[in-house]
Ligand binder design. Sequence first.
Ligand code: URA
Length: 433
Amino acid sequence: MRMYDLIYTKKMGGELTPEQIAFWVKGAADGSIPDEQSASLLMATCWRGMTTAETLALTLAMRDSGKRLDLSAVPGVKVDKHSTGGVGDKTTLILGPIVAACGVPCPMFSGRGLGHTGGTVDKFAAIPGLRVELSEAEFLRSLAETGFANSAQTADIAPADRKLYALRDITATVESIPLITASIMSKKLAGGADALVLDVKCGSSAFMKTQEEAHTLAQSMVDVGRAHGMRIRALVTRMDAPLGWAIGNALEVMESVEILRGEHGDSELAQMSFRLAAEMLVLGGAAKDLAAAEALVAASIAKGTALETLRRFVALNGGDARALDDFSRLPQAGQVVQVRADRTGHVAAMDGRALGILAMELGAGRKNQGDVLDLGVGLRVRTRVGARIEAGEPLFDVHAKTGAAVDPAAFLATLRISDGPVASGPWLLEQLG
Ligand code: URA
């Protein structure tokens, strides 16, 4: 087989066979196919797309490029969640403990942040002592003993994805529905869960800008999951602003714990986390329908069992669980600078991406892979889209390093203020599967 022929076929709009796709993925991972040929095929795929059969074959080949975790030692239907992410998305920290507390094992692998978006691994790393790179034995023990396991993705899960993703990143070929589908689903399938809830975000602060794109991606991932025997459901959710009040690692832990304590129960973040948890409980067989699942979620908050599950997960994996009750034990910023409104009006829009970049520049995120984070810095967003604001009202608390210069104008520029009232739309746009 010649890689040249695969590139030519795709360039002309043809369909690759599963054998050809397996040949490519194996060669990309072991280095026998040069990067420039893989990059050409990636670009041709971006333009020409892939059929469902091709996307399935690519997912399978990437999954099989590494190890597949065997979770069968832990009884029950294991349910994972994947979010396409966005600024302030800390739903994993909230729903993982809830789902586990309701009796459904929840195994999750997470990523580190790069650029304006944060990573769940970095958020967990803000809890002092917590190991975020668990060995397979530690991961299984955590799942068996607390019902919840979260770890950084290990190098042996879908290594072909790591190779191809790095190439996509430098060749402007990330935005392709089949490539994103295969990248995400190969890792999810290798992670060993039986069921998966997807949260596909769309809007100005998300990867997918329009609902149409988000729908197509969600449907593509549902199709691939189903074809591989997974129970799967997807929600398309709106993300036009940061999710919740916190951006920055320790601050996001605080906000998550507050929700698990039963505070901010009607915030969009809480509603979204509770709904995703409920979907997971239905897939996991703990509830017959969504209403019953939502009652279980509410009880886990009211009785404190979800927060207790997070404490147990943290303590088992080396973390200081006291930090969940005493936030002064979490990393703190050197200074907090308040940014106040320079005019009266209504918040018509908030640029989540710009706020994510500002938080990154404070040290909460990575400009380059390998950058060391300051886990205490970040932002408290004190307003939301649709809110009326008065001149002089505090809009952001900027948690910065000691001595760092904070330019209020940069933060105010992330808001569009209108004179008249503005309605913000519903967060749940669509359900699939
Ligand atoms: N996240 C992934 O893991 N892969 C993609 O291709 C895009 C987002």
